[in-house]
Each structure stands twice: as C-alpha cells, then as structure tokens.
Ligand binder design. Structure first.
Ligand SMILES: [Zn+2]
Length: 62
C-alpha cells in the first residue's frame, strides 16, 4: 500500500507528492525534482507505528 507524502524541494521550493511504500522505511534514495530537475535526497523513516516520515535534503555529495 503506497503512502502519499507532500514534500518540498530544497532547491526551488516547489511542493509535490512523493509515493513511498512501507518497505522503504529507513532507506535513502535520490529522485530528481519534477520542477527544477535537481537531485533530491529522500530519507524515509518509519515511526514504529506503521506511519512513515520523509525528509528531503540537497544531494551535496555529488
Ligand atoms: Zn525543485
């Protein structure tokens, strides 16, 4: 079952919806912003109760 979370691009400030799965908890992945095409690092964390939180950051390592 997919979870929809609204995130804000750390580059351009645009908001869009990210689809994540419960299996993605505690994983990190990179996805390009749909608006400005910069690579955003998504950090997915489970809250222990079946919910998910997502943090976004610039992918400054590359
Ligand atoms: Zn952007």
């Amino acid at each position: 079952m997919l979870d929809e979370l609204e995130i804000e691009c750390p580059y351009c400030g645009a908001t869009f919806t990210a689809l994540i799965e419960p299996d993605d908890a505690d994983s990190v992945y990179i996805q390009d912003c749909e608006i400005c095409c910069h690579p955003i690092r998504f950090s997915v964390r489970g809250d222990g109760g079946g919910g998910l939180h997502i943090e976004v950051a610039r992918d400054d390592d590359s």
